[in-house]
Design a binder for this molecule. Structure first.
Ligand code: WQD
Length: 342
């Protein structure tokens, strides 16, 4: 078996995917620039699997370093590409940083894969490409909507770049995985989410509030047209999401793909409201959460959850872990790291 390159492999989803790849016997090499992660994550991975993945620290924006890497590692048989900036709000403030970091790096990696005889590429995409879908649950055929943020636009553009490249590169096989909302942490509490600064996402804000790092959670609006008035999302345990990457890679390695560019929605198929997530947290932690209802957050969509039929049938994958499992793991992780970030 050749090596699998995981870019951004020390990040939240990347590190959990490295663990699942190693569990399946793959040899892994990570590229990470540590801009949004810590080299300590390597220890966490090793403590779970007993194997320390190879690791090279450099910025994929440096084209010459990307070229040198692939020259040195001729035995790469698959690439899972996580490396990207992913803060929606920051992308609105700094669009060029996002276009440079999320697009240039993808192009440089694809240029190297185009030179190989056989290449298998898994792309970290997002349900954000759908915007507020007209129909729920959301299938892969749902129309791609105008991106709400430069971050979301980099995912849409990224998919188009891969699609166009695969059209003219038959030996390049690719799958874009459109994640819904990844949450939780590995049950060993050796790896998890390390948000830098004030968390933008709901679940780390909940666990930090419960630990007293944050004063109070603001629920951004309870006047939406949903059963309890709060927004609905498809919260998927990060370990289930990580496993989806392994089965997608195996689909390509075993040439089971229907075309050389495919997309899959990766979610639980169930929507949960903000208040339901809070209730789940209070149940699994035994803690009452301090929250208030606040104004809506600009750019939030009302409801999104996946139709997982395609991933279930074609990948033979479905989620096994529940919202409660994810919230419990997120809380146990928060108790382990306390206030550490990065
Ligand atoms: C979820 C719900 C908020 C914080 C984003 C990106 C998406 C992906 C996941 C990268 C919403 C509410 C949140 C808070 C709240 N990221 N909320 N109080 O916005 O669905 O998705 O993260 O791939 O691309 O868009 O996730 O966790 O920010 O919000 O009430 O303090 O929780 O309004 O309804 P979102 P989120």
């Amino acid at each position: 078996m050749g090596k699998i390159l995981v870019t951004g492999g020390l990040g939240f989803i990347g590190s959990h995917t490295v663990v699942e790849l190693q569990n399946e016997g793959f040899e892994v090499i990570i590229i990470d620039d540590l801009s949004n992660s810590s080299v300590d994550v390597l220890k966490g991975i090793t403590s779970i699997t007993g194997t320390t993945p190879d690791f090279e620290q450099f910025d994929l924006k440096e084209k010459s370093k990307v070229q040198a890497f692939f020259k040195k590692h001729q035995d790469i048989e698959g690439v899972i590409h996580f490396a990207a900036s992913k803060a929606v709000g920051e992308s609105v403030e700094k669009p060029l940083l996002y276009y440079e970091n999320n697009i240039n790096t993808l192009v440089y990696v694809l240029q190297e894969l185009q030179k190989l005889e056989n290449a298998n590429f898994i792309f970290s995409s997002s349900c954000t490409v759908y915007g507020q879908a007209d129909e729920l649950p959301i299938t892969e055929n749902a129309p791609i909507k105008f991106a709400e943020s430069p971050y979301g636009n980099t995912k849409q553009i990224g998919e188009e770049i891969i699609r166009d490249t695969c059209k003219v590169t038959q030996h390049l096989k690719s799958i874009a995985l459109r994640y819904f909302n990844p949450i939780g942490a590995h049950h060993t509490t050796k790896i998890g989410e390390l948000p830098i600064g004030v968390p933008q996402n709901l679940v780390p804000f909940i666990t930090q509030t419960a630990l007293g790092i944050r004063e109070q959670l603001s629920v951004f609006g309870d006047d939406y047209p949903t059963p309890d008035g709060t927004c609905i999302r498809d919260y998927i345990h990060v370990v289930d999401l990580a496993k989806a990457h392994v089965v997608a890679l195996q689909r390509l390695l075993q040439n089971k793909n229907d075309s050389n560019y495919e997309t899959f929605n990766i979610g639980t198929g169930t929507g949960s409201s903000v208040l339901e997530v809070i209730k789940s947290f209070e149940k699994v932690s035994g803690q009452k959460l301090n929250y208030k209802i606040a104004n809506r957050r600009a750019g939030d969509i009302i409801s999104a959850y996946a139709d997982t039929t395609k991933a279930n049938s074609q990948l033979g994958w479905k989620t096994k872990l529940t919202l409660d499992d994810a919230m419990k793991s997120a809380w146990e992780w928060q108790l382990t790291i306390k206030g550490k970030d990065k």
